[in-house]
Write a protein that binds this ligand. Structure first.
Ligand SMILES: Cc1cc2nc3c(=O)[nH]c(=O)nc-3n(C[C@H](O)[C@H](O)[C@H](O)COP(=O)(O)O)c2cc1C
Length: 340
């Protein structure tokens, strides 16, 4: 069974890609295990903008001082050292991974301002990475900043990177754009090769006994894949970029749904943190079995088959599905009386 695919112009033996995640990709023996388990490619954990300009950023201030300005909160951010790898170590990690592994290695830069991206993209290219993922992880809170200004800032970064390197570029985005379809169209015109949908925001929680605010990384479940599923199905065929799905991919069934929606690759993190890297083998076997049982001979037969490419008005379709799903809901408790 041929499960090969292409992503960002790279031929991959499998659509199963390991997504950016320090605990999975910082360690070389994990990378080897990921390759042995059949992954098509690996996205390394991010190099954060704050690591590149440590001295200029106020991160330390917010890590250590922020709490005192709020009467009742003791901590707003984690107390443990945030970065245990330097930018230099990150570049070395790429070099070593490229020497020791055969599958493509995708580096990740994570930030929000225009400074320095192009320089580090060049260094990442020199270190031998096969592609670069740009992660715009930002929660805008400035009331004077418009959505257009934020989008332009991201486009400026993309322009500066795409003009500086020959590497294929993917952008990892949040779903929170007023018109996501318009913005990703602009990103595509700026020269990106792929979209990674979507970033998950890690909302902090409040401990009401200790009055502490603490970061709470909740691992995903398969329910979470509905968001990338829906958007990849909407965007597939509308812009000339590849699609990587991230968020909620745990089983072969999840992978199949996303491929049908139009994904070129599916990235896994939570599932591997929960079950270990060898879980990739299970998903790989189940994917091959399903394709065989359903008489597919390659992934290309499946790709995009359930997208909205033939839907004349996806927005109207979405609204109709929304109304239909609300109206089809039936309460479990029989004591609730439904209107006739
Ligand atoms: C512990 C942890 C570390 C992560 N580190 C990064 C990172 O360095 N860069 C990044 O772009 N995403 C990072 N992510 C997000 C994942 O790449 C992924 O997009 C997200 O977890 C959703 O996929 P999942 O449902 O398979 O977990 C991290 C996620 C987790 C749980």
């Amino acid at each position: 069974m041929d499960i090969s695919t292409t992503y960002l112009g790279l031929p991959l033996r499998s659509p199963l890609v390991v997504g950016a995640c320090g605990p999975l990709t910082e360690n070389l023996s994990n990378l080897r295990q990921i390759e042995d388990a059949g992954a098509g490619a690996i996205v390394l954990h991010s190099l954060f903008e704050e690591q590149l300009h440590k001295d200029r950023f106020e991160l330390d201030y917010y890590l250590t001082q922020g709490t005192e300005s709020y009467g009742e909160a003791l901590t707003y951010f984690p107390q443990r050292p945030l970065f245990h790898v330097s930018a230099e170590a990150y570049l070395e990690h790429i070099q070593t991974a490229k020497q020791q592994l055969d599958i493509p290695i995708i580096a990740s830069l994570n930030g929000t301002t225009t400074d320095g991206w192009a320089d580090y993209a060049k260094q990442i290219e020199s270190a031998g990475a096969d592609a670069l993922e740009l992660n715009f992880y930002a929660v805008p809170t400035d009331v004077s900043m418009t959505a257009a200004q934020i989008e332009q800032a991201y486009l400026d970064i993309v322009h500066s990177v795409t003009h500086s390197v020959d590497l294929p570029i993917a952008v990892k985005l949040s779903p929170y754009f007023t018109n996501l379809a318009n913005f990703v169209h602009s990103l595509s015109q700026a020269g990106i090769n792929g979209l990674v949908l979507f970033n998950r925001f890690y909302q902090p929680d409040i401990d009401i006994d200790t009055l502490e605010v603490y970061p709470h990384v909740l691992l995903s479940t398969s329910q979470d894949l509905r968001l990338p599923l829906r958007w990849i199905a909407i965007l597939y065929g509308t812009i000339p970029v590849d699609f990587a799905a991230t968020g909620g991919i745990h089983h072969a069934e999840d992978v199949i749904k996303l491929l049908m929606a139009g994904a070129d690759v599916t990235m896994m993190v939570s599932a591997l943190l929960n079950h270990g890297i060898d879980h990739l083998r299970t998903v790989d076997q189940e994917l091959r079995k399903w394709l065989q049982d359903h008489e597919y001979s390659s992934l290309s037969q499946l790709k995009g088959s359930m997208s909205q490419i033939n839907c004349p008005d996806p927005s109207a379709f979405e609204r109709a599905q929304y109304i239909k799903s609300l109206q089809s809901y039936r309460p479990q408790q029989l004591s609730i009386h439904l209107a006739p």
